[in-house]
Design a protein around this ligand. Structure first.
Ligand code: ARG
Length: 278
């Protein structure tokens, strides 16, 4: 009996060490994350992703409250009725059905949406958020589900490329990776706005010469803003994931479990395809 206990204990230790070693990386396996939780590691390791009804603690009981900046088609935007729709609300809705929560979407500017999740005013920010080392310090990320790169948007024939970008005024959305990277490289040449509609207005009015932003979203804006073109940057590819208020491991584990099912059965890809080809 003692021997079995010792083996069990050693096993638990291994599991929790493995969980710690994997850091908060988006690829961490849900099961080993659960094993890292304080109480009864053996039990937690054995339980599946989806907990019993009502087991999840959220900001508003029974709901998954998320913040988003709906100026980001096709990931999130408002339809004619003013409802927030797009790739991420659609994925989130399906996840909520699986884990037994009601989706509550709160629209705000992007930097406010990040802050709301950091401060626990919402459960998660779902807003085309790129996973970065800095953000991992202040929020927990679910598994990543798609990848983008930064693009340069400018007026047709402007001749603006990554090589001469520093000679021009660059418009960005405040708090985005596009903002952070260009400010690092080009400092005072960068002008930040709260929303992408403001950034595009600035480009169309000639207040900035170009925009640095996520390519999939730039493509969408190009369709509704004639006379603009898009070029590539040399910035690293970026992974999108939902960012959670730090410390709600059970919720992140449940969301990851549901998300992995939706990835495995092809649902996520078909939602991406549906909006990207529109
Ligand atoms: N992926 C970029 C980032 O995380 C931009 C996200 C902007 N999202 C939005 N909904 N406006 O910084």
């Amino acid at each position: 009996m003692k021997k079995y206990l010792a083996i069990l204990l050693a096993l638990c230790l291994c599991l929790s060490m493995a969980a710690c070693g994997s850091s908060a990386a988006s690829s961490a396996a849900p099961a080993s994350e659960a094993a890292a939780s304080e109480a009864a590691p053996a039990e937690a390791a054995a339980s599946e992703a989806a907990p019993a009804d009502g087991a999840l603690t959220t900001v508003n009981a029974g709901k998954l409250t998320i913040s988003t900046s709906p100026d980001f088609p096709p990931f999130e935007f408002t339809d004619d009725s003013g409802a927030v729709v797009g790739i991420e609300p659609e994925i989130m809705e399906l996840i909520c059905q699986k884990i037994g929560l009601e989706l509550d979407i709160q629209a705000m500017d992007f930097d406010g949406a990040l802050l709301a999740a950091e401060q626990g005013k919402v459960d998660a920010v779902v807003s085309g958020v790129t996973v970065t080392e800095e953000r991992k310090l202040v929020m927990d990320f679910a598994d990543s589900y798609t990848t983008i790169t930064q693009a340069i948007v400018s007026k047709e024939g402007s001749g603006i490329t990554m090589e001469n970008l520093g000679d021009y005024t660059i418009g960005v959305q405040r708090g985005t990776t596009g903002h952070i990277y260009t400010e690092e490289d080009f400092g005072e040449k960068v002008v930040a706005y709260d929303t992408y509609s403001m950034v595009f207005q600035a480009l169309n009015n000639g207040q900035v010469d170009c925009i640095v932003m996520d390519d999939a979203v730039a493509k969408s804006y190009l369709e509704t803003n004639p006379g603009l073109e898009m070029g590539t940057t040399t910035y690293e590819p970026e992974n999108y994931a939902f960012g959670f208020f730090k410390g709600n491991e059970a919720l992140v584990t449940a969301v990851n479990g549901a998300l992995q099912e939706l990835i495995a059965d092809g649902t996520v890809q078909s939602i991406l395809d549906k909006y990207m080809s529109e």
